[in-house]
Write a protein that binds this ligand. Structure first.
Ligand code: NOJ
Length: 561
Protein backbone atom coordinates (compact mmCIF):
# COMPACT_ATOMS: atom_id res chain seq x y z
CA UNK A 1 0.00 0.00 0.00
CA UNK A 2 1.63 3.19 -1.04
CA UNK A 3 -0.36 6.20 0.07
CA UNK A 4 -1.10 6.05 3.79
CA UNK A 5 -4.70 6.99 4.49
CA UNK A 6 -6.18 8.82 7.46
CA UNK A 7 -7.97 5.70 8.70
CA UNK A 8 -4.73 3.75 8.86
CA UNK A 9 -3.10 6.44 10.96
CA UNK A 10 -6.03 7.30 13.22
CA UNK A 11 -6.77 5.90 16.65
CA UNK A 12 -10.54 5.31 16.79
CA UNK A 13 -12.77 5.73 19.82
CA UNK A 14 -16.21 4.18 20.12
CA UNK A 15 -18.86 6.42 21.63
CA UNK A 16 -22.00 4.79 22.93
CA UNK A 17 -24.22 7.89 22.69
CA UNK A 18 -26.60 6.89 25.47
CA UNK A 19 -23.73 6.69 27.94
CA UNK A 20 -21.17 9.31 26.99
CA UNK A 21 -22.41 12.67 28.25
CA UNK A 22 -25.87 13.97 29.13
CA UNK A 23 -26.28 17.62 28.19
CA UNK A 24 -29.91 18.13 29.20
CA UNK A 25 -30.28 16.22 32.46
CA UNK A 26 -32.65 13.47 31.35
CA UNK A 27 -30.15 10.82 32.42
CA UNK A 28 -29.44 9.82 28.80
CA UNK A 29 -26.42 10.91 26.78
CA UNK A 30 -26.97 13.27 23.86
CA UNK A 31 -25.21 15.25 21.13
CA UNK A 32 -24.81 18.44 23.16
CA UNK A 33 -23.19 16.29 25.82
CA UNK A 34 -20.84 14.71 23.30
CA UNK A 35 -19.95 18.09 21.81
CA UNK A 36 -19.00 19.37 25.27
CA UNK A 37 -16.53 16.48 25.61
CA UNK A 38 -14.84 16.60 22.21
CA UNK A 39 -11.80 18.36 23.63
CA UNK A 40 -11.20 15.30 25.78
CA UNK A 41 -10.96 13.20 22.63
CA UNK A 42 -8.78 15.73 20.83
CA UNK A 43 -6.39 15.89 23.79
CA UNK A 44 -6.31 12.11 23.91
CA UNK A 45 -5.15 12.10 20.29
CA UNK A 46 -8.23 10.47 18.79
CA UNK A 47 -8.54 10.71 14.99
CA UNK A 48 -11.84 8.90 14.45
CA UNK A 49 -15.08 8.35 16.35
CA UNK A 50 -17.26 5.33 15.80
CA UNK A 51 -20.68 6.43 16.97
CA UNK A 52 -23.02 3.59 17.96
CA UNK A 53 -26.56 4.07 16.57
CA UNK A 54 -28.00 7.54 17.08
CA UNK A 55 -31.17 7.04 15.04
CA UNK A 56 -34.81 7.09 16.22
CA UNK A 57 -35.49 3.72 17.79
CA UNK A 58 -37.78 2.10 20.34
CA UNK A 59 -34.52 0.96 21.99
CA UNK A 60 -35.44 -2.67 22.38
CA UNK A 61 -31.85 -3.45 21.31
CA UNK A 62 -30.37 -0.20 22.49
CA UNK A 63 -30.58 1.56 19.16
CA UNK A 64 -29.71 -1.37 16.91
CA UNK A 65 -33.41 -1.45 16.09
CA UNK A 66 -33.81 1.60 13.87
CA UNK A 67 -37.19 3.13 13.07
CA UNK A 68 -35.88 5.92 10.82
CA UNK A 69 -32.53 5.74 9.05
CA UNK A 70 -32.42 9.43 8.20
CA UNK A 71 -32.97 11.14 11.51
CA UNK A 72 -31.70 11.49 15.05
CA UNK A 73 -33.25 9.94 18.16
CA UNK A 74 -35.14 12.80 19.86
CA UNK A 75 -33.53 12.03 23.22
CA UNK A 76 -30.13 12.60 21.58
CA UNK A 77 -31.11 15.88 19.92
CA UNK A 78 -31.97 17.02 16.42
CA UNK A 79 -30.36 16.75 13.02
CA UNK A 80 -29.00 20.23 13.65
CA UNK A 81 -27.34 18.96 16.86
CA UNK A 82 -25.89 16.06 14.91
CA UNK A 83 -24.52 18.42 12.28
CA UNK A 84 -23.02 20.60 14.97
CA UNK A 85 -21.36 17.53 16.49
CA UNK A 86 -19.97 16.53 13.10
CA UNK A 87 -18.62 20.01 12.41
CA UNK A 88 -17.12 20.32 15.88
CA UNK A 89 -15.45 16.92 15.54
CA UNK A 90 -14.07 17.85 12.12
CA UNK A 91 -12.83 21.17 13.49
CA UNK A 92 -10.71 19.12 15.90
CA UNK A 93 -9.44 16.88 13.11
CA UNK A 94 -11.58 13.98 14.29
CA UNK A 95 -13.50 12.03 11.65
CA UNK A 96 -16.82 10.37 12.41
CA UNK A 97 -18.15 7.03 11.27
CA UNK A 98 -21.73 5.98 11.98
CA UNK A 99 -23.24 2.61 12.75
CA UNK A 100 -25.07 1.29 9.73
CA UNK A 101 -27.51 -1.48 10.57
CA UNK A 102 -28.31 -3.08 7.23
CA UNK A 103 -29.54 -6.51 8.27
CA UNK A 104 -32.72 -5.47 10.03
CA UNK A 105 -34.87 -2.52 10.99
CA UNK A 106 -37.06 -2.06 14.02
CA UNK A 107 -40.50 -3.64 13.85
CA UNK A 108 -41.70 -0.06 14.47
CA UNK A 109 -40.18 1.18 11.22
CA UNK A 110 -42.96 2.33 8.86
CA UNK A 111 -41.53 -0.07 6.26
CA UNK A 112 -42.28 -3.02 8.51
CA UNK A 113 -45.59 -1.62 9.68
CA UNK A 114 -46.64 -1.53 6.03
CA UNK A 115 -45.12 -4.88 5.26
CA UNK A 116 -47.03 -6.62 8.02
CA UNK A 117 -50.34 -4.89 7.22
CA UNK A 118 -51.38 -7.24 4.39
CA UNK A 119 -49.97 -9.93 2.13
CA UNK A 120 -50.35 -7.73 -0.91
CA UNK A 121 -48.91 -4.55 0.54
CA UNK A 122 -46.22 -3.14 -1.82
CA UNK A 123 -43.69 -3.45 1.04
CA UNK A 124 -44.62 -7.06 1.87
CA UNK A 125 -41.50 -8.31 0.14
CA UNK A 126 -39.23 -5.84 1.94
CA UNK A 127 -39.00 -8.38 4.76
CA UNK A 128 -38.81 -12.18 4.81
CA UNK A 129 -42.23 -13.79 5.15
CA UNK A 130 -43.03 -17.49 4.98
CA UNK A 131 -45.88 -19.84 5.72
CA UNK A 132 -45.54 -22.05 8.74
CA UNK A 133 -44.94 -25.77 8.50
CA UNK A 134 -47.26 -28.23 10.23
CA UNK A 135 -48.63 -25.52 12.46
CA UNK A 136 -45.28 -24.13 13.58
CA UNK A 137 -42.29 -22.11 12.35
CA UNK A 138 -41.17 -22.59 8.71
CA UNK A 139 -37.93 -24.27 9.82
CA UNK A 140 -35.63 -24.80 12.80
CA UNK A 141 -33.53 -21.67 12.42
CA UNK A 142 -32.72 -19.96 15.68
CA UNK A 143 -32.28 -16.33 16.57
CA UNK A 144 -28.86 -15.19 17.77
CA UNK A 145 -30.57 -13.83 20.87
CA UNK A 146 -32.35 -17.12 21.57
CA UNK A 147 -35.56 -18.83 20.54
CA UNK A 148 -36.86 -19.40 17.03
CA UNK A 149 -35.77 -16.97 14.33
CA UNK A 150 -39.39 -16.87 13.15
CA UNK A 151 -42.22 -14.85 14.62
CA UNK A 152 -45.84 -15.57 13.80
CA UNK A 153 -47.86 -12.57 12.77
CA UNK A 154 -51.59 -13.15 13.27
CA UNK A 155 -52.65 -10.29 10.96
CA UNK A 156 -51.52 -12.09 7.81
CA UNK A 157 -51.04 -15.56 9.27
CA UNK A 158 -47.42 -15.87 8.19
CA UNK A 159 -44.05 -15.87 9.94
CA UNK A 160 -41.35 -13.24 9.52
CA UNK A 161 -37.65 -13.91 9.95
CA UNK A 162 -35.40 -12.20 12.50
CA UNK A 163 -31.75 -13.15 12.98
CA UNK A 164 -31.71 -11.09 16.20
CA UNK A 165 -34.68 -10.04 18.39
CA UNK A 166 -38.24 -10.44 17.17
CA UNK A 167 -38.41 -6.65 17.27
CA UNK A 168 -35.65 -6.62 14.62
CA UNK A 169 -37.18 -8.14 11.47
CA UNK A 170 -34.62 -8.91 8.74
CA UNK A 171 -34.84 -6.81 5.63
CA UNK A 172 -35.02 -8.67 2.34
CA UNK A 173 -31.87 -7.54 0.58
CA UNK A 174 -32.83 -9.41 -2.57
CA UNK A 175 -35.51 -6.82 -3.14
CA UNK A 176 -33.94 -3.97 -5.15
CA UNK A 177 -36.25 -1.43 -3.48
CA UNK A 178 -34.77 -2.26 -0.08
CA UNK A 179 -31.30 -1.74 -1.43
CA UNK A 180 -32.27 1.55 -3.06
CA UNK A 181 -33.87 2.83 0.15
CA UNK A 182 -30.81 1.89 2.20
CA UNK A 183 -28.38 3.39 -0.28
CA UNK A 184 -30.47 6.58 -0.04
CA UNK A 185 -29.89 6.58 3.69
CA UNK A 186 -26.19 6.00 3.15
CA UNK A 187 -26.06 8.97 0.76
CA UNK A 188 -28.05 11.10 3.21
CA UNK A 189 -25.28 10.85 5.81
CA UNK A 190 -22.41 10.95 3.34
CA UNK A 191 -23.85 14.13 1.82
CA UNK A 192 -23.89 15.60 5.29
CA UNK A 193 -20.18 14.85 5.58
CA UNK A 194 -19.81 11.70 7.69
CA UNK A 195 -16.59 9.82 7.06
CA UNK A 196 -17.92 6.31 6.77
CA UNK A 197 -19.73 3.52 8.52
CA UNK A 198 -19.24 0.59 10.83
CA UNK A 199 -21.41 -2.12 9.30
CA UNK A 200 -23.43 -3.97 11.89
CA UNK A 201 -23.87 -7.74 11.57
CA UNK A 202 -22.46 -7.96 8.05
CA UNK A 203 -22.57 -11.74 7.86
CA UNK A 204 -26.32 -12.08 8.37
CA UNK A 205 -27.52 -9.80 5.56
CA UNK A 206 -28.58 -12.68 3.30
CA UNK A 207 -30.05 -16.00 4.30
CA UNK A 208 -30.63 -19.12 2.21
CA UNK A 209 -33.55 -18.59 -0.15
CA UNK A 210 -34.77 -22.17 0.18
CA UNK A 211 -34.74 -21.97 3.98
CA UNK A 212 -33.55 -25.57 4.54
CA UNK A 213 -33.60 -26.92 8.10
CA UNK A 214 -30.23 -26.82 9.83
CA UNK A 215 -28.82 -30.26 10.45
CA UNK A 216 -26.75 -29.53 13.56
CA UNK A 217 -27.76 -31.47 16.65
CA UNK A 218 -27.95 -28.48 18.98
CA UNK A 219 -29.97 -25.31 18.67
CA UNK A 220 -29.30 -21.92 20.20
CA UNK A 221 -32.08 -22.62 22.63
CA UNK A 222 -29.90 -25.17 24.32
CA UNK A 223 -26.92 -22.85 24.67
CA UNK A 224 -27.16 -20.53 27.65
CA UNK A 225 -24.97 -17.81 26.15
CA UNK A 226 -24.65 -17.99 22.36
CA UNK A 227 -22.36 -14.96 22.49
CA UNK A 228 -19.75 -17.10 24.17
CA UNK A 229 -19.52 -19.48 21.21
CA UNK A 230 -16.35 -19.76 19.18
CA UNK A 231 -16.95 -18.22 15.78
CA UNK A 232 -16.61 -21.48 13.89
CA UNK A 233 -19.30 -23.12 16.06
CA UNK A 234 -21.44 -20.07 15.80
CA UNK A 235 -21.30 -20.08 12.02
CA UNK A 236 -21.84 -23.80 11.96
CA UNK A 237 -24.98 -23.38 14.03
CA UNK A 238 -26.17 -20.71 11.64
CA UNK A 239 -25.01 -22.35 8.45
CA UNK A 240 -27.89 -21.24 6.22
CA UNK A 241 -28.35 -17.90 7.93
CA UNK A 242 -24.93 -16.36 7.39
CA UNK A 243 -22.48 -15.52 4.62
CA UNK A 244 -24.74 -16.51 1.76
CA UNK A 245 -23.83 -15.91 -1.87
CA UNK A 246 -24.39 -12.34 -2.97
CA UNK A 247 -22.85 -10.78 0.13
CA UNK A 248 -19.49 -9.89 -1.42
CA UNK A 249 -21.20 -8.40 -4.46
CA UNK A 250 -23.37 -6.27 -2.18
CA UNK A 251 -20.37 -5.00 -0.22
CA UNK A 252 -18.60 -4.18 -3.49
CA UNK A 253 -21.64 -2.20 -4.55
CA UNK A 254 -21.63 -0.27 -1.29
CA UNK A 255 -17.90 0.32 -1.65
CA UNK A 256 -18.42 1.72 -5.13
CA UNK A 257 -21.08 4.02 -3.73
CA UNK A 258 -18.94 5.44 -0.96
CA UNK A 259 -15.89 5.72 -3.23
CA UNK A 260 -17.87 8.22 -5.29
CA UNK A 261 -17.46 10.63 -2.39
CA UNK A 262 -14.26 12.59 -1.86
CA UNK A 263 -12.18 12.34 1.31
CA UNK A 264 -11.59 8.60 1.65
CA UNK A 265 -14.81 7.57 3.37
CA UNK A 266 -14.54 4.13 4.95
CA UNK A 267 -16.42 0.91 5.72
CA UNK A 268 -15.58 -1.10 8.83
CA UNK A 269 -17.13 -4.53 9.17
CA UNK A 270 -18.49 -6.00 12.37
CA UNK A 271 -16.91 -9.29 11.47
CA UNK A 272 -13.50 -10.88 11.62
CA UNK A 273 -13.53 -12.59 8.23
CA UNK A 274 -10.69 -11.14 6.14
CA UNK A 275 -12.49 -12.14 2.93
CA UNK A 276 -14.66 -9.08 3.58
CA UNK A 277 -11.69 -7.04 2.36
CA UNK A 278 -12.45 -8.50 -1.05
CA UNK A 279 -9.34 -8.37 -3.17
CA UNK A 280 -7.93 -6.06 -0.49
CA UNK A 281 -9.22 -2.80 -1.76
CA UNK A 282 -12.72 -3.29 -3.16
CA UNK A 283 -14.97 -4.26 -0.21
CA UNK A 284 -14.44 -3.23 3.42
CA UNK A 285 -11.50 -1.08 4.52
CA UNK A 286 -11.29 -2.59 7.99
CA UNK A 287 -12.42 -5.84 9.57
CA UNK A 288 -11.98 -6.31 13.32
CA UNK A 289 -9.41 -8.74 14.67
CA UNK A 290 -11.98 -10.35 17.02
CA UNK A 291 -9.89 -13.51 17.52
CA UNK A 292 -7.40 -11.40 19.49
CA UNK A 293 -10.18 -9.95 21.61
CA UNK A 294 -11.55 -13.43 22.29
CA UNK A 295 -8.31 -14.77 23.76
CA UNK A 296 -9.14 -15.64 27.36
CA UNK A 297 -5.73 -14.37 28.48
CA UNK A 298 -3.35 -12.24 26.50
CA UNK A 299 -0.02 -14.04 26.46
CA UNK A 300 2.99 -13.39 24.22
CA UNK A 301 2.53 -16.79 22.54
CA UNK A 302 -1.20 -16.23 21.96
CA UNK A 303 -0.71 -12.72 20.61
CA UNK A 304 2.12 -13.81 18.30
CA UNK A 305 0.08 -16.69 16.93
CA UNK A 306 -2.86 -14.37 16.39
CA UNK A 307 -0.75 -11.78 14.60
CA UNK A 308 1.00 -14.32 12.39
CA UNK A 309 -2.27 -15.86 11.28
CA UNK A 310 -4.06 -12.58 10.88
CA UNK A 311 -1.33 -10.80 8.95
CA UNK A 312 -0.74 -13.80 6.70
CA UNK A 313 -4.43 -14.14 5.89
CA UNK A 314 -4.91 -10.48 5.08
CA UNK A 315 -5.08 -9.76 1.35
CA UNK A 316 -2.12 -7.72 0.11
CA UNK A 317 -3.79 -4.34 -0.06
CA UNK A 318 -5.73 -4.72 3.19
CA UNK A 319 -4.95 -3.11 6.55
CA UNK A 320 -5.42 -4.74 9.99
CA UNK A 321 -7.66 -3.47 12.76
CA UNK A 322 -7.36 -4.35 16.45
CA UNK A 323 -9.63 -3.86 19.41
CA UNK A 324 -10.01 -5.29 22.88
CA UNK A 325 -13.50 -4.20 23.85
CA UNK A 326 -16.80 -2.79 22.65
CA UNK A 327 -20.44 -2.41 23.72
CA UNK A 328 -21.11 -6.15 23.38
CA UNK A 329 -18.15 -7.45 25.36
CA UNK A 330 -16.78 -7.35 28.84
CA UNK A 331 -14.45 -4.40 29.42
CA UNK A 332 -10.76 -4.99 28.91
CA UNK A 333 -9.69 -4.39 32.51
CA UNK A 334 -12.41 -6.73 33.81
CA UNK A 335 -11.41 -9.45 31.39
CA UNK A 336 -7.67 -9.33 31.78
CA UNK A 337 -7.14 -7.94 35.27
CA UNK A 338 -5.80 -10.45 37.81
CA UNK A 339 -6.86 -8.49 40.88
CA UNK A 340 -3.24 -7.88 41.78
CA UNK A 341 -1.51 -6.17 38.89
CA UNK A 342 -4.54 -4.60 37.23
CA UNK A 343 -3.02 -1.16 36.75
CA UNK A 344 0.11 -2.59 35.12
CA UNK A 345 -1.91 -4.97 32.97
CA UNK A 346 -4.19 -2.17 31.79
CA UNK A 347 -1.12 -0.28 30.59
CA UNK A 348 0.30 -3.36 28.93
CA UNK A 349 -2.89 -4.01 27.00
CA UNK A 350 -3.19 -0.39 25.98
CA UNK A 351 0.41 -0.41 24.79
CA UNK A 352 -0.30 -3.56 22.83
CA UNK A 353 -3.27 -1.97 21.04
CA UNK A 354 -1.29 1.14 20.29
CA UNK A 355 1.87 -0.52 19.02
CA UNK A 356 0.58 -3.50 17.04
CA UNK A 357 0.27 -3.08 13.30
CA UNK A 358 -3.24 -1.91 12.44
CA UNK A 359 -5.84 0.68 13.29
CA UNK A 360 -6.78 0.51 16.99
CA UNK A 361 -10.36 0.94 18.17
CA UNK A 362 -10.71 2.03 21.81
CA UNK A 363 -13.96 1.87 23.75
CA UNK A 364 -15.18 4.86 25.77
CA UNK A 365 -13.92 4.78 29.35
CA UNK A 366 -11.13 2.36 28.57
CA UNK A 367 -8.68 5.26 28.83
CA UNK A 368 -9.52 5.79 32.52
CA UNK A 369 -9.76 2.11 33.43
CA UNK A 370 -13.54 1.71 33.61
CA UNK A 371 -14.56 -1.83 34.52
CA UNK A 372 -17.78 -3.81 34.13
CA UNK A 373 -20.54 -3.06 36.59
CA UNK A 374 -22.42 -6.07 37.84
CA UNK A 375 -26.05 -5.03 38.19
CA UNK A 376 -27.82 -6.21 41.33
CA UNK A 377 -31.37 -6.91 40.22
CA UNK A 378 -33.32 -7.95 37.14
CA UNK A 379 -35.22 -4.68 37.00
CA UNK A 380 -31.96 -2.77 36.38
CA UNK A 381 -31.34 -4.74 33.19
CA UNK A 382 -31.92 -2.80 29.97
CA UNK A 383 -30.43 -5.33 27.55
CA UNK A 384 -33.26 -7.38 26.03
CA UNK A 385 -30.85 -10.17 25.08
CA UNK A 386 -30.20 -10.73 28.81
CA UNK A 387 -33.92 -10.63 29.60
CA UNK A 388 -34.44 -13.26 26.89
CA UNK A 389 -31.68 -15.34 28.41
CA UNK A 390 -33.55 -15.32 31.72
CA UNK A 391 -36.74 -16.48 29.99
CA UNK A 392 -34.92 -19.19 28.10
CA UNK A 393 -33.18 -20.50 31.20
CA UNK A 394 -36.32 -20.65 33.29
CA UNK A 395 -38.71 -21.82 30.58
CA UNK A 396 -36.58 -24.07 28.39
CA UNK A 397 -33.45 -25.06 30.26
CA UNK A 398 -35.14 -25.92 33.54
CA UNK A 399 -33.12 -23.48 35.65
CA UNK A 400 -34.39 -21.86 38.84
CA UNK A 401 -35.21 -18.16 38.96
CA UNK A 402 -32.09 -17.57 41.07
CA UNK A 403 -29.83 -19.38 38.64
CA UNK A 404 -31.33 -17.54 35.67
CA UNK A 405 -31.05 -14.19 37.46
CA UNK A 406 -27.39 -14.77 38.22
CA UNK A 407 -26.70 -15.77 34.61
CA UNK A 408 -28.58 -12.76 33.22
CA UNK A 409 -26.80 -10.35 35.58
CA UNK A 410 -23.46 -11.76 34.51
CA UNK A 411 -24.22 -11.84 30.79
CA UNK A 412 -26.08 -8.59 30.34
CA UNK A 413 -24.26 -6.22 28.04
CA UNK A 414 -25.37 -3.39 30.33
CA UNK A 415 -22.28 -4.26 32.36
CA UNK A 416 -20.03 -2.42 29.90
CA UNK A 417 -22.49 0.32 28.88
CA UNK A 418 -22.64 2.32 32.11
CA UNK A 419 -22.26 6.11 32.03
CA UNK A 420 -18.85 7.58 31.30
CA UNK A 421 -17.12 8.68 34.46
CA UNK A 422 -16.04 12.29 34.08
CA UNK A 423 -15.60 13.17 37.76
CA UNK A 424 -16.29 11.94 41.29
CA UNK A 425 -19.63 13.70 41.83
CA UNK A 426 -22.73 11.54 42.44
CA UNK A 427 -23.65 11.67 38.72
CA UNK A 428 -19.99 11.23 37.74
CA UNK A 429 -20.20 14.42 35.67
CA UNK A 430 -22.16 12.39 33.11
CA UNK A 431 -25.46 14.05 33.97
CA UNK A 432 -26.15 17.36 35.68
CA UNK A 433 -26.55 17.15 39.44
CA UNK A 434 -29.74 15.47 40.62
CA UNK A 435 -30.42 13.46 37.43
CA UNK A 436 -31.23 9.78 37.43
CA UNK A 437 -29.00 8.06 34.91
CA UNK A 438 -30.40 5.40 32.55
CA UNK A 439 -28.01 2.79 33.94
CA UNK A 440 -26.36 2.96 37.35
CA UNK A 441 -22.90 4.53 37.54
CA UNK A 442 -20.01 2.40 38.68
CA UNK A 443 -19.19 3.37 42.28
CA UNK A 444 -15.48 3.39 41.49
CA UNK A 445 -15.94 6.81 39.89
CA UNK A 446 -15.60 8.06 43.48
CA UNK A 447 -12.20 6.47 43.88
CA UNK A 448 -10.11 7.77 41.04
CA UNK A 449 -11.68 6.07 38.02
CA UNK A 450 -12.76 9.31 36.41
CA UNK A 451 -11.33 11.85 33.99
CA UNK A 452 -11.06 14.80 36.39
CA UNK A 453 -8.95 12.91 38.91
CA UNK A 454 -6.63 11.53 36.25
CA UNK A 455 -6.19 14.42 33.89
CA UNK A 456 -3.39 16.22 35.71
CA UNK A 457 -1.84 13.16 37.29
CA UNK A 458 1.19 12.15 35.23
CA UNK A 459 1.04 8.63 36.69
CA UNK A 460 -2.62 8.03 35.72
CA UNK A 461 -3.87 5.61 33.10
CA UNK A 462 -5.31 8.54 31.17
CA UNK A 463 -1.89 10.22 31.04
CA UNK A 464 -0.44 6.92 29.89
CA UNK A 465 -2.95 6.61 27.03
CA UNK A 466 -2.28 10.19 26.00
CA UNK A 467 1.47 9.73 26.02
CA UNK A 468 1.46 6.50 24.04
CA UNK A 469 -1.10 7.75 21.50
CA UNK A 470 0.96 10.90 21.04
CA UNK A 471 4.09 8.84 20.54
CA UNK A 472 2.32 6.57 18.07
CA UNK A 473 1.06 9.53 16.06
CA UNK A 474 4.47 11.19 16.00
CA UNK A 475 6.37 8.04 15.03
CA UNK A 476 5.70 6.79 11.49
CA UNK A 477 7.15 3.32 12.15
CA UNK A 478 4.85 2.78 15.13
CA UNK A 479 1.89 4.25 13.35
CA UNK A 480 2.00 2.53 10.01
CA UNK A 481 5.14 0.42 9.89
CA UNK A 482 5.46 -3.27 9.16
CA UNK A 483 5.53 -5.82 11.95
CA UNK A 484 8.34 -8.29 12.56
CA UNK A 485 8.50 -10.71 15.48
CA UNK A 486 11.69 -11.05 17.51
CA UNK A 487 12.45 -13.80 20.00
CA UNK A 488 9.48 -15.82 18.80
CA UNK A 489 9.64 -18.49 21.52
CA UNK A 490 9.72 -16.12 24.48
CA UNK A 491 6.77 -17.03 26.69
CA UNK A 492 7.05 -14.02 29.01
CA UNK A 493 7.81 -11.13 26.72
CA UNK A 494 6.35 -9.99 23.45
CA UNK A 495 9.04 -8.36 21.35
CA UNK A 496 8.63 -7.02 17.87
CA UNK A 497 9.88 -4.43 15.43
CA UNK A 498 7.79 -1.88 13.60
CA UNK A 499 9.50 -0.64 10.48
CA UNK A 500 8.80 2.09 7.90
CA UNK A 501 11.42 1.79 5.21
CA UNK A 502 10.30 4.96 3.35
CA UNK A 503 11.41 7.05 6.30
CA UNK A 504 14.14 4.66 7.37
CA UNK A 505 12.73 4.19 10.83
CA UNK A 506 12.61 1.03 12.94
CA UNK A 507 11.14 0.81 16.41
CA UNK A 508 11.59 -1.93 18.94
CA UNK A 509 8.62 -2.78 21.15
CA UNK A 510 9.27 -4.98 24.17
CA UNK A 511 6.41 -5.86 26.51
CA UNK A 512 7.06 -7.89 29.62
CA UNK A 513 3.85 -9.78 30.43
CA UNK A 514 5.30 -11.31 33.59
CA UNK A 515 5.53 -10.07 37.13
CA UNK A 516 9.27 -10.68 37.37
CA UNK A 517 12.37 -9.23 35.71
CA UNK A 518 13.18 -10.69 32.32
CA UNK A 519 16.47 -10.67 30.43
CA UNK A 520 16.01 -10.42 26.69
CA UNK A 521 18.75 -11.08 24.15
CA UNK A 522 18.13 -9.39 20.83
CA UNK A 523 21.57 -9.64 19.35
CA UNK A 524 21.01 -6.76 16.94
CA UNK A 525 23.75 -5.28 14.81
CA UNK A 526 22.46 -1.75 15.28
CA UNK A 527 23.53 -1.82 18.94
CA UNK A 528 22.08 1.49 20.05
CA UNK A 529 18.40 2.19 20.37
CA UNK A 530 16.99 5.47 21.61
CA UNK A 531 14.36 4.99 24.24
CA UNK A 532 11.12 6.66 23.16
CA UNK A 533 9.01 5.38 26.02
CA UNK A 534 9.39 3.19 29.05
CA UNK A 535 7.34 2.56 32.15
CA UNK A 536 10.67 2.46 34.03
CA UNK A 537 13.34 5.07 34.67
CA UNK A 538 15.85 4.37 31.93
CA UNK A 539 18.81 6.09 30.39
CA UNK A 540 18.30 7.52 26.93
CA UNK A 541 19.62 4.52 25.08
CA UNK A 542 19.63 0.74 25.31
CA UNK A 543 22.24 -1.52 23.77
CA UNK A 544 20.40 -4.02 21.61
CA UNK A 545 23.50 -6.14 21.03
CA UNK A 546 23.72 -6.91 24.77
CA UNK A 547 21.04 -8.38 26.98
CA UNK A 548 18.34 -5.99 28.15
CA UNK A 549 16.71 -6.29 31.54
CA UNK A 550 12.97 -5.68 31.46
CA UNK A 551 11.28 -4.88 34.77
CA UNK A 552 8.00 -6.62 35.70
CA UNK A 553 5.29 -5.59 33.20
CA UNK A 554 7.66 -3.11 31.60
CA UNK A 555 6.71 -1.46 28.35
CA UNK A 556 9.77 -0.40 26.38
CA UNK A 557 9.61 1.36 23.04
CA UNK A 558 12.87 2.37 21.42
CA UNK A 559 14.02 3.55 18.00
CA UNK A 560 16.90 1.61 16.51
CA UNK A 561 19.76 3.86 15.52
C1 NOJ B 1 -24.23 -6.31 16.67
C2 NOJ B 1 -24.26 -5.17 17.63
O1 NOJ B 1 -22.96 -4.86 18.01
C3 NOJ B 1 -25.12 -5.60 18.80
O2 NOJ B 1 -25.07 -4.69 19.86
C4 NOJ B 1 -26.53 -5.79 18.28
O3 NOJ B 1 -27.32 -6.29 19.33
C5 NOJ B 1 -26.58 -6.75 17.10
N1 NOJ B 1 -25.54 -6.52 16.15
C6 NOJ B 1 -27.89 -6.62 16.38
O4 NOJ B 1 -27.93 -5.42 15.67
Amino acid sequence: MTEIKWWQRAVFYQIYPRSFADGNGDGIGDFQGIISKLDHLRDLGIGGIWLSPHFPSPYIDCGYDISDYEDVAPEYGTLADFKMFLDEAHARDIRVILDLVLNHSSDQHPWFQESRSSRDNPKRDWYIWHDGKNGSAPNNWASIFGGSAWEYDAVTEQYYYHAFLKEQPDLNWRNPEVKAAMWDAVRFWLDMGVDGFRLDAVATIYEDLDIPDHTFPLSFDEIPDPNSLETADYYHLMEYQVKRPGLHALLKELRTLIDQYPGDRILVGEDEDVTFHGSGDDELHLVFNFPLMRLKRLTPMGIRANQTLRLTDLPDEAWPCNTLNNHDASRVWTRYGDGQHDAALARLHAALMLTLKGTPFLYYGEEIGMVDLKLTSMDEIRDTAALNLYQRMTQKLGKTADEATEAALLATRDRCRTPMQWNSSPEAGFSPSGSTTWLPIHPNHETGINVADQIDDPTSLLSFYRAVIQLRQATPALNTGDYQVLDAENTDCLIFLRQRTEVNQTCLVALNFSEVNQQIELDRDEKTAHVLFSTEMRSHTVDTSASINLSPFEILIAELA
